[in-house]
Design a protein around this ligand. Structure first.
Ligand SMILES: Cc1cc2nc3c(=O)[nH]c(=O)nc-3n(C[C@H](O)[C@H](O)[C@H](O)COP(=O)(O)O)c2cc1C
Length: 398
């Protein structure tokens, strides 16, 4: 299977996946990370993490690092029904129960800090106000809200309100409070969500940022908010406990940039200065990787550019299998690989890789919302083999 023009031709040994590495201040035993996965199971009202969420994350504690589902830093930062926050006391207490369970099970967890910007709806905003964005440009697509019957519903996005210049320090403070709360909740670090078309990427990308002030125009100004947020988080955690996620060339959430090479080259170069725990890059060629097609030249070049600019720990995510993960690490293209859907459906993913065992298949119908089913009832190998009881399914829980 051709993965990349310079990938090794024979099947790599997956041993490279099981080499220890230091991620910022943490020594981890292998290279297999749990990617951030929104599961929309927080308790309402209040968007509070639950005991069930603690059980779900603890089941996955054998990851080198768990990155939490995206977690809004404020009510304004929420974009979907039932996603957890990290801005109220109850939420912090809920997250503390989650991290306690993860730590008891021997794991480590960074919290992904999130502000969705325009990918929201008045139904999710404080006092039903308009969502905010760099510029008043309506995204294509639909928002996922809770309707009056308590059910999830898709409704068209609205035209967001452009942020005033004097609101920018307030945005940075939202992230700083989230970072501080993650510390109180006993997380091991934080990941700044700079990817997937949410607020920070809306500022980065030329298609969503038409500002003419200090936060718009040339890339140095479009990247200003991201870098200010990163600096505010570093002031709380120190650089070795802060990671950043980016998604170059992605069009998810109606994002578009005139010159991604220039944008992400600048971002990688600037982020390298901070000596972060890691840079987390979503692979723009996840589909090609998954289907065994060659990686497009443009992607190859951009990933090589990012690698050359950012000399710290590089995490890649998107479309990886055990073998392609090993190939990319072997080839020096990444230091860590984050797995999303595979970890969602296989709580003991590292053990399955180690034993070259089979996998549970993820069920997209249960990705967002619901209870234990499709969440904590995916069996581990031990449970499949009958040496441990299978997880129970409580269908009464929502
Ligand atoms: C159900 C689901 C929820 C996701 N939620 C998030 C999220 O909260 N934050 C984020 O940065 N990416 C999120 N992603 C993207 C994943 O982190 C990952 O990049 C993607 O699944 C590709 O990796 P995979 O091919 O290993 O699944 C989500 C993906 C899925 C399938």
């Amino acid at each position: 299977m051709v993965v990349a023009s310079h990938a090794p031709t024979q099947q790599p040994s997956s041993e490279v996946l099981f080499q220890p590495i230091r991620i910022g201040g943490l020594d981890v035993p292998h290279r297999i990370v749990m990617a951030p996965l929104t599961r929309s199971r927080a308790r309402t009202p209040g968007n509070v993490p639950t005991e069930l969420m603690a059980a779900y994350y603890a089941q996955r504690a054998s990851a080198a690092l768990i990155i939490s589902e995206a977690t809004q830093v404020s009510m304004q930062g929420q974009g979907y029904a039932w996603t957890p926050g990290i801005h109220s006391r109850e939420q912090v207490e809920g997250w503390r129960r989650v991290t306690d369970e993860v730590h008891k099970a021997g794991g480590r967890m960074f919290m992904q800090l999130w502000h969705v910007g325009r990918i929201s709806h008045p139904a999710l905003q404080p006092d039903h106000m308009l969502p905010v964005a760099p510029s008043p440009i309506t995204p294509a697509g639909k928002a996922f809200i809770e309707n009056e019957h308590g059910e999830g519903e898709l409704v068209p996005f609205v035209r967001p309100r452009a942020l005033d210049l004097d609101e920018m320090p307030y945005l940075v403070r939202q992230y700083a409070r989230g970072a501080r709360n993650a510390q109180i909740a006993n997380a091991d670090g934080i990941e700044v969500h700079g990817a997937n078309g949410y607020l920070l990427e809306q500022f980065l990308a030329t298609g969503t940022n038409h500002r003419v002030d200090a936060y718009g125009g040339p890339v140095e100004q479009r990247a200003r908010l991201l870098l200010e947020v990163v600096e505010a988080c570093i002031a709380i955690w120190g650089p070795e406990r802060v990671g950043v996620r980016i998604s170059p060339l992605s069009t998810f959430n109606d994002i578009q940039d005139d010159n991604p090479e220039a944008t992400f080259s600048y971002v990688a170069e600037q982020l390298a200065e901070y000596k972060l725990a890691y840079l987390h890059v979503i692979n723009p060629a996840a589909t090609e990787l998954q289907t065994g097609q060659p990686i497009p030249q443009r992607v190859e070049k951009l990933l090589a550019l990012i690698r050359s600019k950012f000399r710290g720990v590089l995490m890649m995510a998107g479309g990886f299998t055990r073998d392609t993960a090993a190939q990319w690490i072997e080839a020096g293209r990444a230091d860590l690989i984050a797995f999303g859907r595979a970890f969602l459906a296989n709580p003991d993913l590292p053990e399955r890789f180690r034993r070259k065992a089979g996998f549970n298949q993820p069920d997209p119908k249960t990705f967002y919302g619901g209870g234990e089913h499709g969440y904590t009832d995916y069996p581990s190998l031990e449970q499949e083999l009958g040496t441990k009881p299978r997880p129970t399914v409580d269908t009464s829980w929502r």
